[in-house]
Design a protein around this ligand. Structure first.
Ligand code: IPE
Ligand code: IPE
Ligand code: MG
Length: 245
């Protein structure tokens, strides 16, 4: 009989401080089962909860999940509506769960086009979890890397026009202060399930030196074991940041 030996956990210093996940493949997961796409989103939301808890358990400091892009409005209205309904459900649930969890939740992206009800729930979730000391969870919602950088450019231009900054003050460090992720480390590892090999406008600035792991697993099927596999792959990478090592 052949037994697979249990893998030893990675030492904490081999873990990425910040993981980004492009939660992709919900629609195909449902279509494969002849189910409506929104069922795939519902299972994807379950995976999201499971993986968030797992990241918290193994001591990941920061997790950014891509939940809805600035381009996802192109989808049929019924799909957008069901995604918003799921988001509302998640927010209501997490507001009741927040006491038992040590997760600090933040939203990145332009939430202004979302319904007032959802914006209010987002505000509450951020407010209630702001002093949590465990996992820092960023949920990218109506997020687009290009939108983020365009917004940064507009904010800085305004500061210059109003005389608070001069063009010479503009450098990488200053620019970073205007990002949605200001003050957080850049993602060390970005995982994209579903067999697509692109970034789809996710964390354009922040991913300059991220390690990517792509997998064919569809997001609703993604398990803690798949995360472990990505972490082991990451631990083998030799990150040089342009230097020699
Ligand atoms: C990701 O799954 C969820 C969102 C983009 C909101 P998809 O809905 O993109 O699933 P596929 O890529 O069609 O399978
Ligand atoms: C990226 O997935 C956005 C999210 C997972 C939220 P998409 O399914 O929207 O990306 P494309 O269209 O395949 O590039
Ligand atoms: Mg997709």
């Amino acid at each position: 009989m052949f037994f697979r030996r249990k893998q030893k956990p990675l030492p904490p210093d081999a873990l990425p401080a910040h993981i980004g996940i492009i939660m992709d493949g919900n629609g195909r997961w449902a279509e494969k089962r002849s189910l409506p796409r929104q069922v795939g989103h519902r299972y994807g939301a379950r995976t999201f909860r499971k993986i968030t808890k797992y990241c918290e358990k193994i001591g990941i400091k920061c997790l950014t999940v891509y939940a809805f892009s600035t381009e996802n409005w192109k989808r049929p209205q019924s799909e957008v509506d069901s995604l918003m309904a799921l988001l509302k459900e998640y927010l209501e649930e997490s507001l009741s769960d927040f006491k038992s969890e040590n997760i600090k939740t933040r939203f990145i992206g332009d939430i202004s086009p979302l319904s007032p009800e959802i914006r209010e729930l987002i505000k509450k979730a951020e407010e209630l979890t702001k002093d949590k000391t465990g996992l820092c969870l960023n949920i990218a919602l109506n997020y687009g890397g290009r939108e983020e950088l365009t917004r940064v450019a507009r904010s800085i231009a305004k500061e210059v026009a109003e005389g608070r900054l001069s063009p010479e003050d503009i450098g990488e460090e200053l620019l970073q202060k205007y990002l949605y992720t200001a003050g957080q480390p850049d993602p060390d590892l970005i995982i994209r399930p579903s067999g697509e090999y692109r970034t789809s406008n996710f964390l354009l600035w922040q991913s300059a030196y991220s390690e990517y792991v792509f997998t064919d697993v569809l997001w609703p099927d993604f398990k803690p074991a798949d995360l472990d596999k990505a972490l082991r792959e990451y631990a083998k990478r030799n990150r040089r940041f342009g230097g020699v090592k």
